[in-house]
Design a protein around this ligand. Sequence first.
Ligand code: OGA
Ligand code: NI
Length: 360
Amino acid sequence: MAPVPSLPIKVGHIDDVQELRKAKPATVPERFIRDMADSPKVVPNLSSSLDIPIIDLSKLMKTDKDEVMQLKTACEEWGFFQVLNHGIDLNVVEDIENVAKDFFMLPLQEKQKYPMAPGTVQGYGQAFVFSENQKLDWCNKFALGVEPPCIRNPKLWPSKPVNFRETLEIYSREVRKLCKTLLKYIAVSLGLKGDVFEEMFGVAVQAVRMNYYPPCSRPDLVLGLSPHSDGSALTVLQQGKDSSVGLQILKGQTWVPVQPIPNALVINIGDTLEVLTNGKYKSVEHRAVTHKERDRLSIVTFYAPSYDIELGPMAELVDEKNPCRYRRYNHGEYSKHYVTNKLQGKRTLDFAKIQSKTSN
Ligand code: OGA
Ligand code: NI
């Protein structure tokens, strides 16, 4: 990989949003206030036909043809779905939620033992901030590389809460299995051999990001998380049990809220699958908004190929009607590009796009 420019990154003063919330200032600090064009709009009362699809994994695992079709439609038209009967023990789901919440509730001083250094993506803090004038998200994040072991930074794995590390290990192992299973049926839904992704990915990279959104006195002015697509192949998102509705996905011109369903996990297609499928299954822009009185917790796992893998659209999905839309590149380089740029909708994927001659 090319060396990172050694210029120091100046990010200016960053307030911790949980501390801000405790202090209850009458106004939200300027650095969190979005331009009108970016601030969250009130989403019109949407009919349930605009709910993201639900996939039953237990049916998929019997290769139920209708369920595979549902999965195909979900991936083609939504890029997001909720999965039921995902096979992860509900105690494991509950345990990770508890340790994540316990971590965020620790005193700031304790959390700051695991700082996210400016320009890096692991540890506690605000991620993806690269300049002094960049707007900030109303969210605290705690991110860790999990697999393979060489991407772990053991100094950032917290000693409190005491069962954090063990719980994350168990959870991550289960989510990894789920990702492999989902990728198998995603391959089947594309008419490909079930093990294509498993064979291609090598030792897959897995990272976790826990997001804690405290209530905000002016949810109309701030964003919990800036619009972005994920750089992963697949993302698994768990929403806290008592959390407010906060995740929204961009469907056409509308931000559609993802209504939490008890015991379901939210799955989305990342940029890497968009490239591999030559745009047949696209990553979808999403963001998070905050709530006036309620907080929100999410635990997000990113699953992606090994960094040393060369990627490009799969030959089976390129033909005269679907000309190749993305170049080949090294996945590690894409990951680096992703984490060294601020979140800006789907802009990051321009890295891989072949500009068609007819578009401008
Ligand atoms: C993410 C993400 C949304 C949420 O961490 O990439 O999209 O609801 N999170 O926290
Ligand atoms: Ni995301």
